[in-house]
Design a protein around this ligand. Structure first.
Ligand code: ADP
Ligand code: ZN
Length: 739
């Protein structure tokens, strides 16, 4: 029996592919990975064939209309990866393809155009002898430059029609060929740049770097899958390791994929790779759609062999991929926060595994999950323990906000000590970076006087205070406690707190330092990558004396003039109702501290807190995460949090508060009926962000030591979905965000 049915992935949330009949006439053109046009309801849609089958449970199938001409085919290995992603994260294959393939490519708005070029014969002939006015004009136009010209433009410029061009082509004087439209550049000119590895390297790697490079290269030679955790302090030269390994891959004629967090994909970072490796395709969400599509197509056609991009670039169509690099691999932004909720770091490792190639996860502050994988022998750790050229790490000074006096009108976050430091730094002509991690959400209960912070005994996360209802609640298990305004430890009255944001700090700074240019980098001032570059550009050029910002300033920027970094309120990160808050806080502080003293001058960090004895801060201050992680590990093991257990989070959202509680409870009841009790079901509890964009939110946590039972239980919840049609229900496997 012949296979006559194609399963087609359409972009419909969490849906199986749809079955269509393959008309006899198309049977040779239709196979997995091919884009097709199909009827869908009253309209037509483009989708991708994911599988061919003999039978369908559906009695009445419609026909595939056609294969999309020139459509972007998904190579088999990539299609396999996309299918794995849909399966593992419990989402629809169509949704996964949608986030992997840029919109213009999906909608096939990129058409081939015809180009015209002189042949060798055509170059020799005198245009006057070509036998006609139009032909002469055309040859003259083409002769002004050796590059090909789009046919349409040529006709327009010469005010003629297609026919004389065709005649010239028949005479062998010009060549007409199909190529990408001019936005993609002129065909044949991309490869004029010299092979990048012939450029002299700017410096010789140090022994630590060589050791890492050699180890990874030996894996490249034997073409084996291995995940390396390149654990190197900030400024230890990890990028040089990536570059050398990628050069090796290019020499073998293969391609490379480099992932960076969105925010780190500045033109500066792109240039660093381009200078050493030649042309790269850049893929990230701040690029306009068509530009992304251009880069995507170049990769797919093998014209560019290196993809550099953010999260979704993990699905970049690099032919013959030889290595994957995930820089800053601890970053939670690698996890997509809406469907499909994949983790690009984990997908990257899976992709490397399927292709049997090495994967490098770089970080100064690896996640506990990655370190646990090292301990279990799944990853191999390579360390770069010192900064290049022996530059010292920044000195970290902890300022105790409980005792330090803070002048009036400074919002309580510019201590005398810090102001004094800023003044002397500016006095030496150096620059200051101030960091305020304000997520708009941090009403945890912390005593202003002694720094005590109230936690849930069962879940070990900070309790959140609800002013209206006047109680505090654990947002994992739902348990409530009434609190008096008096601190249980020191009896100080006034547990409630509010802190100012970056804008307020900027105002205070302007008043304190009227002659200094002050910049601000946060979601309000950064509306595009160009805006961000403009603000950072002024800072890099030394025009801005003080830059104040949110987590955006914490990462990736390499500005030699910065010698003082101030962390205005280290307690905010510690107070988030998330079991990873201590780990995250320490990582963030190490990253911020890594911004100080990247140039020749030594750096200094001032860290303001009300909990100077908190182990996460002490460890961050010593830039020693190992100790912190050891302590964290005990708690994680006890409560079976990752990396010693697995989690899934079910989120219910509904404009009606009563209904959302009902549906969340309904899901829990259904899941509890399922046999097997290896999965612990926590909740339903209100999500820490209880209301968002007009919807009430309840969440349920699933916890288990194995991965599979969690997905089985979560599937039950998804099957219940139709019963609660008005409630939006989503599943997050391996969640990173618990808000
Ligand atoms: P990381 O990514 O680990 O934070 P980078 O790769 O950005 O560190 O390196 C920090 C700086 O040191 C960069 O300016 C880089 O050009 C330089 N560098 C890297 N390796 C060497 C080396 N072996 N010798 C001299 N300079 C180096
Ligand atoms: Zn709890």
């Amino acid at each position: 029996m012949v296979t006559s049915i194609a399963r087609v992935a359409l972009s419909v949330p969490r849906h199986e592919p749809f079955d269509y009949r393959i008309p006899e006439s198309m049977s040779h053109q239709i196979y997995p990975g091919v884009p097709v046009r199909v009827p869908f309801g009253p309209s037509k849609r483009v989708g991708w064939v994911v599988e061919l089958v003999d039978h369908s449970p559906h009695p009445k199938l419609r026909d595939i209309e056609c294969r999309v001409p020139d459509g972007a085919e998904l190579p088999a290995d990539l299609l396999g990866l996309l299918q794995w992603t849909a399966e593992y994260y419990l989402c629809g294959i169509g949704e996964v393809i949608e986030s992997a393939v840029p919109r213009p490519v999906r909608n096939r708005r990129i058409r081939q155009v015809r180009w015209v070029q002189l042949t060798d014969e055509g170059k020799k002939i005198d245009p006057q002898d070509s036998g006609g006015q139009a032909r002469t004009k055309i040859l003259e136009q083409l002769g002004t430059n050796t590059d090909p010209i789009p046919l349409r433009r040529l006709i327009e410029t010469c005010s003629t029609s297609e026919s004389p061009v065709k005649t010239l082509s028949r005479l062998g004087l010009v060549e007409i060929f199909e190529g990408l439209p001019p936005e993609f550049g002129t065909p044949g000119t991309e490869n004029l740049e010299p092979p990048p590895w012939e450029q002299p390297p700017p410096f010789e790697p140090n022994p630590d770097q060589w050791q890492a490079i050699d180890r990874i290269n030996s894996c490249l030679e034997s073409a084996e899958f291995r995940t390396f955790l390149l654990h190197g302090v900030t400024g230890s030269g990890k990028t040089e390791v990536y570059i050398r390994c990628i050069q090796k891959v290019l020499e073998k004629g293969q391609g490379a994929l480099v992932l960076l967090p969105e925010i780190a994909l500045t033109p500066q970072a792109v240039e660093r790779f381009t200078q050493r490796l030649g042309p790269v395709a850049v893929l990230h969400s701040m690029l306009p759609d068509t530009e992304r599509a251009v880069h995507y197509e170049r990769l797919r056609r093998g014209e560019v062999r290196i993809a550099l991009g953010a999260r979704s670039a993990v699905f970049a169509p690099v032919p013959d991929l030889g290595i994957i690099v995930v820089d800053e691999s601890h970053e939670s932004s690698y996890k997509q926060e809406n469907s499909p909720r994949y983790h690009a770091r984990d997908v990257a490792v899976m992709r490397a595994h399927r292709l049997e190639i090495p994967c490098i996860l770089g970080s100064a502050t690896p996640s506990m999950e990655s370190l646990e994988n090292v301990r279990r022998g799944r990853y191999e750790q390579l360390r770069l323990d010192s900064r290049v050229n022996g530059r010292p790490m920044a000195q970290i000074e902890i300022v105790d906000r409980r005792s330090e006096s803070v002048g009036k009108g400074r919002g309580g976050l510019l201590s005398d000590r810090l102001v004094e430091r800023i003044r002397s730094t500016l006095g030496r002509g150096e620059q200051v970076l101030l960091f305020l991690n304000r997520r708009g959400f941090a009403r945890n209960l912390q005593c202003k006087s002694c720094g005590y912070s109230v936690h849930c005994k069962q879940c070990d996360i900070p309790l959140t205070y609800h002013k209206k209802k006047d109680h505090s609640q654990c947002h994992y298990c739902g348990e409530r406690q009434s609190v008096s305004d008096r601190c249980p430890r020191c009896k100080f009255g006034g547990l409630r707190q509010r802190s100012p944001g970056t804008e307020r700090i900027e105002k205070s700074l302007i008043a304190l330092f009227p002659d200094v240019e002050i910049g601000r980098l946060d979601r309000d001032t950064v509306t595009s990558s160009a805006r961000m570059e403009a603000i950072l550009g002024r800072f890099r050029a030394g025009k801005t004396g003080i830059l104040v910002g949110t987590q955006m300033v914490a990462k990736g920027h390499d500005i030699p003039g910065v010698t003082l970094v101030g962390v205005l309120d280290a307690d905010i990160a510690l107070g988030l109702p998330d079991f990873r808050s201590a780990e995250r806080a320490a990582q963030l502080l190490c990253q911020v501290a890594g911004r100080a003293g990247r140039g020749e001058l030594p750096g200094h960090v001032v860290l303001q807190t009300r909990q100077p004895e908190h182990y996460a801060l002490l460890c961050a201050a010593r830039q020693d995460l190992d100790q912190l992680l050891k302590e964290e590990d005990v708690v994680r093991k006890l409560l079976k949090y990752p990396p010693h257990g697995h989690l899934a989070r079910l989120l219910c959202e509904d404009p009606d508060e009563r209904r959302v509680i009902q549906s969340a409870q309904g899901l829990v009841d259904a899941m509890k009926e399922c046999p097997g009790d290896s999965v612990q079901i926590l909740g339903p509890a209100p999500a820490p962000l209880e209301r968002l964009r007009g919807r009430y939110r309840q969440h349920i946590l699933l916890k288990c030591t194995d991965r599979k039972p969690i997905r089985d239980v979560a599937r039950i919840a998804l099957d219940e979905k139709p019963k609660w049609a008005s409630t939006r229900i989503s599943v997050d496997i391996d969640p990173q965000n618990m808000l």
